[in-house]
Structures are given as structure tokens and as C-alpha cells.
Design a protein around this ligand. Structure first.
Ligand code: ADP
Ligand code: MG
Length: 286
């Protein structure tokens, strides 16, 4: 599986006084199995971009290739594409509606035409992968906490066995512990399945710790694309775009400025701990 985005442009309200060029000449590829982040401040075009990935929005110009085939070509099956590219919208808990958690997660596989047993099997597997405790399966989704609702919504998408899971701001509105839990769960999901995961966020802090690669969007265009290390090396330029680097980047640069010979281009707490221990000549006790 790969998704190639080629010279994508999208304009809202073209030809009206509300015209907004939301995406400008976007090109990049999402390879099979990658865990990547799409970062940009509010209004940079993230949500518009990802709605193209499963054909919900048609570009003003440009193309999207799924496994090398244009998704706009004549015989291309959008239905199949939507099964393979699972989109979890922002605040997905607003779309829960069934009377029980288990039924809600069965909804997607049911639409795929699977039997009742197959649906339940898929739903149970997805709920486990999403970290929803079994005692909640018969509860109403509306009785759950914010974090649990979100896990159920994610389970509803992964029950369809997509090859790519796209999550639009999955931590929006969660407190810091809810945020860490959901991101940790998404990392586990990626480890345990073959899925490519696209994590969309306006927070560097969210993605730095988790993803293999980051595409930074600014004003509807790709500003940079690389590993977290490559991207955060430009943290001063990113600040000018209103995107702060993760706290750990600032700490490492401050230590270097104080004369500690650390490698400042570090993006996760784990690497920072190792690096500080290394230059201090002590064993990491954790
Ligand atoms: P993000 O998800 O990064 O916050 P969006 O994709 O929602 O960004 O928005 C990108 C740009 O498109 C913004 O300037 C926004 O105001 C504009 N936009 C988004 N949705 C619409 C819409 N339905 N109609 C008109 N303009 C829109
Ligand atoms: Mg958005």
C-alpha cells in the first residue's frame, strides 16, 4: 500500500468572494506501514488535506494515487478506498450513536457486508487494540469518559481493517494524561498491526515522541518533510510559523548553551535521558 499525493491544490468557494486557497501544490507519499505526523497550526490545511485521502473532497487540481493508480480514474472503487483508508475525524465521539459500545464498533464491518459473528469478532479485536476495557462493551457509549469514547470511535474505524489509519487531532480537548494515554495506545496499535498511521496535530509535543516522519504544513503548503530530528533542527524557523518545538528540544539546546556537550537535536524524553546520562558519565537508572 502507498498513497502518493501529487501537486494537490484545493480552493474553497472558488470564484466567490469567500475564495480560500486551502492547499497549494502539495506533494508527498505515505508509504506502507509508516507512522507519520502531519503538523501545522490551525488553518494550515491539515483537515482539508486528509479528507482528500479517501476521496471525501475532490481536488481543484492534482492527483492522488493509491498503489500507483489515480483514485479519480474511471474504474477506481471509492468504496474500496474508504475501506482501506480509515479516517478518524476530529471529536469522533460525536459520531457514536448505537446503544452499546460493541454495537457501535460493529457498525463499520456490518456495512462491509460481514456476518454478525464476523462483525463481533472484528469489533472485539478492535476494542482490545484500542484499549477499551471489556466491562464497557455493553455500556452505552454516551456513559463513557471522553478518552474512552475516543477509543471506541477509533475502534470503530480499525474494525474495518484499514491499511492506513488517519487520525485528525486525536488529542483535541483531552487533558495531558488522556492525551498521553491515547497517543501511547495509537503507538501500540501501530506496533501490533501492519497499518500505516497518519497522526494529524497542531502540537509538535504530541507527535515528536511518537512518529517516524513529520510533514509540516504552513499556509496550505508543505514547509518541510523529514524525521523528527531533521525537522526540529529547524526549531527557530518553526517558531516563526507559530509552531513550538517539543520542550525536550529547548532543554537540550539550553544545556548545550550552558557548555554541556550534549547532542541538542534530540526529540524524545528517552533519547534525552540517555544523552544526558552519557555526557555525565552515569548509568541511566530508569
Ligand atoms: P486545519 O485542519 O489545519 O486547521 P483546515 O483544512 O480546516 O485547516 O483549513 C484550511 C483553510 O481552509 C483555512 O483557511 C480555513 O479557514 C479554510 N476552510 C476550511 N474549511 C472551509 C470551508 N468549509 N469553507 C471555506 N473555507 C474553509
Ligand atoms: Mg483541522
Amino acid at each position: 500500500m502507498s498513497i502518493e499525493i501529487r501537486n494537490l491544490n484545493y480552493t474553497y468557494g472558488a470564484g466567490t468572494c469567500f475564495e480560500a486557497h486551502a492547499l497549494q501544490n502539495i506533494s508527498f507519499t505515505i508509504p506502507d506501514g509508516q507512522f507519520m505526523g502531519i503538523i501545522g497550526h490551525t488553518g494550515s490545511g491539515k483537515s482539508t488535506l486528509i479528507q482528500h485521502l479517501n476521496g471525501l473532497i475532490r481536488p481543484s487540481s492534482g492527483d492522488i494515487l493509491y498503489n500507483g493508480v489515480s483514485i479519480y480514474s474511471e474504474n477506481f472503487s471509492m468504496r474500496e478506498l474508504r475501506q482501506n483508508v480509515g479516517l478518524v475525524f476530529q471529536y469522533p465521539e460525536h459520531q457514536l450513536f448505537e446503544e452499546s459500545v460493541l454495537k457501535d464498533v460493529c457498525f463499520g464491518p456490518k456495512n462491509q457486508g460481514l456476518t454478525a459473528e464476523e462483525c463481533e469478532e472484528r469489533a472485539r479485536e478492535a476494542l482490545i487494540l484500542s484499549g477499551v476495557p471489556q466491562e464497557l462493551y455493553d455500556s452505552s457509549p454516551f456513559e463513557l469518559s471522553g478518552g474512552q469514547k475516543r477509543r471506541v470511535a477509533i475502534a470503530g474505524v480499525i474494525a474495518m481493517h484499514p491499511k492506513v489509519l488517519v487520525l485528525d487531532e486525536p488529542t483535541a480537548g483531552l487533558d495531558p494524561s488522556g492525551r498521553d494515554e491515547i497517543l501511547g495506545q495509537i503507538r501500540e496499535l501501530h506496533r501490533k498491526t501492519e497499518m500505516a498511521v497518519v497522526l494529524v496535530s497542531h502540537s509538535m509535543e504530541d507527535v515528536a515522541e511518537y512518529v517516524e516522519r513529520i510533514v509540516v504544513l504552513n499556509d496550505g503548503a508543505v514547509y518541510c518533510d523529514g524525521t523528527p530530528r531533521e525537522v526540529f533542527r529547524q526549531y527557530k524557523a518553526l517558531e516563526e510559523l507559530g509552531l513550538a518545538a517539543p520542550q525536550v528540544t529547548y532543554i537540550m539546546h539550553a544545556l548545550k548553551d550552558c557548555g554541556l556537550p550534549v547532542d541538542p537535536d534530540i526529540t524524545t524524553m528517552e533519547e534525552a535521558t540517555d544523552e544526558i546520562c552519557r555526557v555525565m558519565g552515569v548509568e541511566d537508572a530508569s
